[in-house]
Design a protein around this ligand. Structure first.
Ligand SMILES: O=C1NC(=O)NC(C(=O)O)N1
Length: 310
């Protein structure tokens, strides 16, 4: 049974990654992921230029079938992550995630990566919904196009983009037609479903402090949206652009669905946060069970082969 996969020419022993933000902010957390034998790769917390505490607490809340968060990009600062991905013994591929607080900062971070010794994968997070006053860049189609144009004038290393969910087929057409103009290594879809709301009935109060309680939705509730975005982008993006499917994966069945929709790799966020790193082992064995029962030996046997009803 072969669960290996690739992003461009970077090979992963298995298809599973942590979702950026989950168990990947500190050295201890990153080392845990590096030593966990059931995830084929790992993604860092999205780095900003400077260390950030992030939004005030409470900023994460478990929901009956998912999570809501308004973390606000807490991270150790870019230099820490660049040093970690450059210096640490790579038992598995790492994706360096960056999220500038402005377009200028995005460009500055990417210039630093371009000028560094780092040769691995980079992912530009254009979709954090939780920085107060900062829009999700990837919902600004023209702005994204202009920014990508500027980036690829100087950035020559593998670069992927973390996208928010889209909900309109015309929007899938628009973002794909923009992304297809650039030599992207991958897209990672989806980020959390931005600005959801949860209400505690007893206290008649929101559950998050930042932004009056608005926060990104993840976990099981996000699966239908995540599958739709993986499928729609796979149908529209050049085959040269790989896809990391993120959102709603709590079981092997969910991971199987992401691959059927076209994902090359699958990242797991809320479920790893709630269950711990053991979720990677459990979901890996569940996926193997399903593949075995269907006679599949590798992910290529069924990737992107979702059937429609004729
Ligand atoms: O891109 C992000 N998505 C989220 O759902 N939360 C984090 C954050 O708020 O830091 N960032």
């Amino acid at each position: 049974m072969d669960l290996s996969s690739k992003i461009q020419n970077v090979k992963f022993e298995n298809l599973f990654l942590n979702a950026s933000g989950i168990h990947c902010q500190t050295k201890e957390e990153l080392d845990d992921l590096m030593n966990n034998s059931y995830s084929g790769g790992m993604v860092t917390k999205s780095a900003t230029s400077n260390h950030r505490f992030g939004n005030p607490l409470p900023r994460y809340h478990s929901l009956p079938s998912g999570s809501i968060n308004s973390m606000g990009l807490p991270n150790e600062g870019f230099d820490f992550y660049l040093d970690y991905v450059t210096r640490t013994e790579q038992k598995k591929p790492i994706i360096l995630s960056v999220a500038g607080m402005s377009k200028e900062e995005d460009l500055e971070l990417l210039h630093q990566i371009q000028d560094s010794d780092y040769q691995g994968l980079t992912e530009l997070n254009l979709s954090c919904p939780n920085v107060i006053g900062k829009p999700q860049m990837a919902y600004d189609f023209q702005g994204s196009d202009i920014m990508l144009n500027e980036i690829f004038k100087f950035f020559k290393k593998p670069l992927g983009i973390k996208l928010p969910p889209y909900f309109d087929l015309v929007h899938f057409d628009k973002i794909a037609s923009i992304l297809n103009q650039y030599p992207l290594s991958h897209v990672n879809t989806i980020n959390s479903i931005g600005n959801g709301m949860w209400v505690d009935i007893e206290s008649e109060k929101v559950v998050l402090k930042p932004k009056g309680g608005f926060g990104g939705i993840g976990g099981a509730m996000a699966l239908p949206t995540a599958l739709a975005n993986v499928r729609a982008l796979r149908q529209r993006l050049n085959s040269s652009i790989d896809i990391i499917g993120t959102g709603g994966v709590t079981t092997g069945r969910d991971a199987f669905a992401h691959i059927l929709c076209g994902a090359n790799m699958v990242s797991i966020g809320t479920q790893v946060y709630e269950e711990g790193l053991g979720a990677f082992e459990r979901i890996t064995s569940e996926l193997k069970e399903i593949m075995n029962s269907k006679g599949y030996h590798s992910l290529d046997d069924f990737r992107g082969k979702l059937k429609t009803i004729e």
